[in-house]
Design a protein around this ligand. Structure first.
Ligand code: NAD
Length: 485
């Protein structure tokens, strides 16, 4: 039982619960309390899950689109029916705000399923006739394009938004007619397990969705090395992506990578500073454990002090504490190891001459993995704190004096996930957005994601794009049938 909800922590393979000889303990980041013992999967479970997905594939691929879409809507109904359970368990497991899980995240999980179910039904064949005579080899031939499902897909997800990120992958993969093996993060295994129950109750056939629990090196690695896997979709860190890319290369398996970021938030002097400060404070959401977070505040010199005054007032008004409490704005970070990692970044920056204008260490009074919202200034562009992803509630503040300098600073990391601009000048927004290296640029807004839009990162922030038909592009093998006139 977790948060009053029964959760089966064994694997879900071929429509059955399967135990492992070994288990590992899962603790709550809220207070360190033990939550459950989790099946500790390895090569045998990985192999069994891929085999189950392989067996179920022909039947699911041959299931009419309308029926696949109906089943995905039924799973979405199940998510909505169990929204309170999912929200409570996710908060206990990853420490993100209960109110966000209830009102934002879990409804979004259901929406993700519905979106791709509907999108599947709208997916056209883009048939066309080869024009004559310009086409060279063909005259009047018809080209019929099919979106064939690829086969068993391995989906590997991180802990910062467990079910939400999994659903972005599960929904298009299943809609397209693939079968799936999901490996959730070892620190947040629980909602994946509940989701397997929901999917089975909704009528998803055995083997179409499988869940293997366990550590990355033990359960994840053999999944990515299995030659019967046809796609690997991964959201997580750059070092893990390198390992997965190497494993995928051995079998020539296409990969989709959503990785880390070090995104800039640019505040121009022409911006309305109140909402600009709100945008900056928003970067502390989920205790800063958001890949898209604009953690580098780049502020035009003349408005630095006016912006900072507003930002500090708003940041100091944030309530830090138990994420189950409605009044809480910032909960704990995920794990004591992660807290130590965040603090290591901050200590080294301070030793290097940075100054903390806010926070600068763990919150000792709360008894969990709580880190105080932190703002560091006097940081060099080449320093670790400016270049590396901290993945905690830690922002840096730098200034610029020209638009060229703003763009140069913004683009000067190895990442390219997102960027946020605060400006009152539409022409400037267009100009700057065009020069930024980022998968998503937000102008006077943040974290808005329409599923119909492409989503992903440039440079070290990822490979490929998810969303809309870009998801189907990845999860399908496109086939062209050419017929003579
Ligand atoms: P991580 O790379 O440590 O782990 C992610 C997943 O990979 C886990 O399920 C883990 O068990 C698994 N894994 C680890 N080693 C593996 C291996 N050798 N083979 C197969 N699987 C393995 O990342 P994390 O710490 O869980 O997540 C944080 C990272 O995720 C941050 O860098 C963050 O920016 C990124 N992230 C990116 C996005 C995005 O959309 N771009 C979204 C959320 C998080």
């Amino acid at each position: 039982m977790v948060a009053g909800v029964p959760v089966d922590t064994r694997h879900w393979i071929g429509g059955r619960r399967i135990a492992s000889a070994a288990t590992y303990p899962d603790h709550s980041p809220i207070d360190g309390a033990p939550l459950a013992e989790i099946a500790r999967g390895g090569p045998a479970e990985a192999k069994a899950a891929v085999a189950a997905a392989g067996e179920a594939f022909p039947g699911w691929a041959a299931t009419p689109r309308t029926e696949r879409a109906r089943l995905l809507h039924a799973v979405a109904d199940g998510v909505e029916a169990r929204l309170e359970d999912l929200a409570a368990v996710e908060t206990a497991d990853n420490g993100a705000l209960l109110r966000s899980h209830r009102r934002g995240v879990m409804p979004r999980v259901a929406h993700n399923l519905r979106f791709f179910a509907d999108r599947l039904l709208a997916l056209g064949h883009d048939d066309f006739t080869t024009p004559a005579p310009a086409s060279g080899t063909g005259r009047g031939h018809t080209n019929h394009i099919d979106w064939d499902p690829a086969g068993p897909c391995v989906l590997i997800t991180p802990w910062n938004a467990p079910l939400m990120l999994a659903s972005w992958k599960i929904a298009p993969a299943l809609a397209a007619g693939n079968t799936v093996v999901l490996k959730p993060a070892e620190w947040t295994p629980l909602t994946a397990s509940l989701f397997a129950d929901i999917a089975a109750e909704a009528g998803l056939p055995a083997g179409v969705l499988n869940v293997v629990q366990g550590y990355g090196a033990e359960a994840g690695a053999p999944l990515t090395a299995d030659p019967d896997v046809r796609r690997i979709s991964f959201t997580g860190s750059v070092p893990t992506a390198r390992k997965i890319a190497a494993a995928a290369a051995a079998n020539l398996v296409p990969t989709s990578f959503e990785l880390g970021g070090k995104s800039p938030l640019l505040v121009f002097a022409d911006a309305d500073l109140e909402p600009a400060a709100d945008l900056a404070v928003e970067q502390y959401d989920n205790a800063g454990q958001v890949c898209l977070a604009g953690t580098r505040l780049l502020v035009e010199e003349p408005v630095r002090d006016a912006f900072l005054e507003r930002f500090l007032a708003k940041a100091r008004a944030l309530t830090q504490g138990d994420p189950r409490d409605e009044a809480t704005d910032i909960g704990p970070t995920i794990h004591p190891d992660h807290l130590a990692r965040i603090d290591g970044f901050v200590r080294r920056a301070l030793d290097d001459g940075a100054r903390a204008l806010l926070g600068g260490g763990p919150h000792d009074g709360l008894g969990g993995n709580y880190y105080r919202p932190t703002l560091l200034t006097d940081v060099a562009q080449c320093s670790e704190i400016v270049q590396e992803e901290v993945f905690g509630p830690v922002l840096t503040l730098q200034t610029f004096t020209t638009e060229d300098e703003a763009v140069a600073l913004a683009n000067d990391t190895r990442f390219g996930l997102a960027a946020t601009l605060a400006t009152g000048d539409r022409a400037r927004a267009d100009r700057v957005a065009a020069r930024l290296v980022a998968g998503t640029v937000w102008v006077n807004c943040f974290f808005v994601r329409d599923l119909a839009a492409p989503f992903g990162g440039s440079r070290a922030s990822g490979i490929g794009r998810e969303g809309g038909d870009w998801s189907f592009d990845f999860y399908c093998d496109l086939k062209n049938t050419v017929t003579a006139k």
